[in-house]
Design a protein around this ligand. Structure first.
Ligand SMILES: C[S@@+](CC[C@H](N)C(=O)[O-])C[C@H]1O[C@@H](n2cnc3c(N)ncnc32)[C@H](O)[C@@H]1O
Length: 272
């Protein structure tokens, strides 16, 4: 795999008008206000925007300039999408590949990166806010609470894409960490059963549906009711589960050392 040269990336990052390259941009969970400033600038300047129409809201596309070519991908395969992007870059156009959330998870980005690198097409990745981050913000919680939980697991249950055996949900549940479950609403019965092997039945589960969209919904239920709530609300897609002991710790006295008066560090050395 040949990554783009540092010189090209430097120019790509700082130029006012974009260079011919593919910009893989994280669109965030839905709300256009949650785009990064850099993502917004690149979308505004791009000649071509290739976007997943089911997961990227129309308002985001209103950022594009009038002459931009907009290409939805819902009906396309990777074999259609990649050559299209390569052709346009070779015609000296800048291409945004807009993905929901952050491009580093569950976005089929890996295979696009490989194909672009093989074709020696320069690319840059611009991060976005993932669904689990918006879920935590909406719940007004920190997912790492001292003495309670210090680890976040991002995972999914096996569906059409198989999860490697070593990452089996029941074995991840054994850590009792803050666990963010993507792409699992269709198999929620199975997920609940595996989680109950380790988490207490009354562990709070937040169920977030289309977070950041005008019709977003969020419920917090005990783990023992996760599947029933999913079925009652007929949730099949764009649903994120957040299972965490942190969700019941809002009144706990636990605190981090970071802002503790007894904790000294470079910027707060204390009196001598
Ligand atoms: C194809 S994956 C994309 C994940 C994305 N890259 C991210 O970082 O959020 C789609 C899954 O992510 C979760 N998801 C994405 N956006 C969401 C949203 N706005 N609300 C709730 N869940 C969301 C759901 O589990 C959904 O099935």
């Amino acid at each position: 795999m040949t990554p783009p040269s540092p010189e090209l990336l430097e120019q790509t990052t700082f130029s006012k008008s974009l260079l011919p390259a593919v910009y893989i941009v994280g669109a965030g969970p839905g709300d256009p206000d949650l785009l990064t400033v850099k993502a917004q600038r690149i979308i505004q300047q791009a000649d071509v925007v290739v976007y997943a129409n089911s997961l990227v809201p129309k308002e985001m596309l209103s950022l594009c300039h009038n002459g931009a070519e907009l290409i939805p991908t819902a009906t396309k395969t990777l074999e259609d999408i990649v050559p299209m992007m390569i052709d346009r870059v070779r015609s000296h156009l800048s291409v945004v590949r807009l993905h929901s959330g952050d491009p580093c998870l569950y976005g089929a980005v890996h295979e696009q990166i490989q194909a672009l690198a093989e074709a020696e097409i320069p690319f840059e990745i611009i991060p976005g806010i993932s669904a689990f981050q918006l879920a935590a913000a909406k719940l007004q919680v920190e997912l790492t609470v001292p003495e309670l939980v210090q680890t976040i697991i991002l995972t999914r249950i096996s569906g059409r894409t198989q999860v490697p055996e070593a990452e089996e949900l029941a074995s991840l549940a054994a850590h009792k960490a803050s666990l963010c479950l993507y792409l699992s609403a269709r198999h929620v019965d199975q997920a609940q059963q595996k989680l109950l092997a380790h988490y207490e039945p009354d562990t709070p589960v937040a169920i977030g549906f289309r977070l950041g969209w005008p019709d977003e919904q969020m419920w917090v239920v005990p783990l023992s009711e996760m599947a029933k709530a999913t079925e009652d609300h007929e949730l099949i897609r764009t649903t994120l589960y957040l299972i965490s002991p942190a969700l019941k710790s809002t009144h706990s006295q636990a605190r981090s050392r970071l802002y503790h008066p007894e904790h000294r560090h470079l910027f707060r050395p204390g009196k001598h």
